[in-house]
Design a protein around this ligand. Structure first.
Ligand code: AMP
Length: 215
C-alpha cells in the first residue's frame, strides 16, 4: 500500500504505520525518525536540522525533499510505503506530487487521523521513545510502559523523553501543525485521496484503513 498518514503530533501516525507494515511488507518512512537518527549520528543533515527540531519548528522544505527524493527510490519502497510525518507543508505536498509523477508512483489514499486535542496533549507529555536511532520504539508511561523502567523491551537501549516533548515545544509543534500542516487536509481532499478517520484507538484506525483498501 502507498499511503500518507496525516494528523497532529501524537495522533498515532507512527503506531498505525508500524501496525500497517506487518500487513503487506510496506515500509514506514518517518521523516522525524530519519532526522533524529541524523542528529544522534552528528551528520551534516543532523547539524542543520537540530535547532529547528528542538524548538518544535519545521525543518526547511529543501532538506526534507532531499531526504525523501532519495528514500522513495530505495528498493524496499517497491512493496509500498507509509509516509509518517511527511508531507508537512503545502510546498512539500506539491513537490511530492511532482516527484511521484516523475517516478510513476500512484498513492492509494491519504489518511487523516483526527484525535481530540486533550488526548493529543496527554499522549505527548507521557510518551517515551527508545533512544536507539535504529529502533525508536514508542512507549507511554501510563498506557504502555517498558517492562523495565527506562529500558527498551525490543533492544535494551535507554527509553527517553524527546527534547521536543517539553510542554513549551509541544505547544509550539501543535501551533505549527495548525498553521502549516492542517491545510494539507484540503489539498488532498481536492485531489480526491482523503479519508478522515476519527478515533483514538490505533487498532480501529488500522481496521478502517484495511477495509477501505479492500485488504
Ligand atoms: P515527528 O517525529 O514527525 O514529530 O517530527 C519531529 C520533528 O522533526 C518535527 O517537529 C520537525 O522539526 C521535524 N520534521 C519531521 N518531519 C518533517 C517534515 N516533513 N518537514 C519539516 N520538518 C519535519
Amino acid at each position: 500500500m502507498r499511503l500518507i498518514l496525516l494528523g497532529a503530533p501524537g495522533a498515532g501516525k507512527g503506531t498505525v504505520a508500524k501496525m500497517l507494515t506487518k500487513i503487506d511488507g510496506s515500509v514506514q518512512i518517518s521523516t522525524g525518525d530519519i532526522l533524529r537518527g541524523a542528529v544522534q549520528a552528528g551528520t551534516e543533515l543532523g547539524k542543520q536540522a537540530e535547532e529547528y527540531m528542538k524548538r518544535g519548528d519545521l525543518v526547511p522544505d529543501e532538506l526534507i525533499m532531499g531526504i525523501m527524493e532519495k528514500r522513495l527510490q530505495e528498493p524496499d519502497c517497491a512493496k509500498g510505503f507509509l509516509l509518517d510525518g511527511f508531507p508537512r507543508t503545502i510546498p512539500q505536498a506539491e513537490a511530492l506530487k511532482e516527484l511521484l509523477a516523475r517516478l510513476d508512483i500512484k498513492l492509494d489514499m491519504v489518511v487523516n487521523i483526527d484525535v481530540p486535542r486533550e488526548v493529543i496533549l496527554d499522549r505527548l507529555t507521557t510518551r517515551r521513545t527508545c533512544s536507539n536511532p535504529e529502533c525508536q520504539a514508542i512507549y507511554n508511561v501510563k498506557s504502555n510502559p517498558p517492562k523495565q523502567e527506562g529500558v527498551c523491551d525490543k533492544c535494551g537501549s535507554p527509553v527517553i523523553q524527546r527534547d521536543d516533548e517539553t510542554e513549551e515545544a509541544i505547544n509550539h509543534r501543535l501551533e505549527t501543525y495548525n498553521e502549516k500542516t492542517a491545510p494539507l487536509i484540503g489539498f488532498y481532499e481536492k485531489e480526491g485521496l482523503l479519508k478522515t478517520i476519527t478515533g483514538t484507538s490505533s487498532e480501529v484506525v488500522v481496521k478502517e484503513i484495511t477495509a477501505a483498501l479492500g485488504l
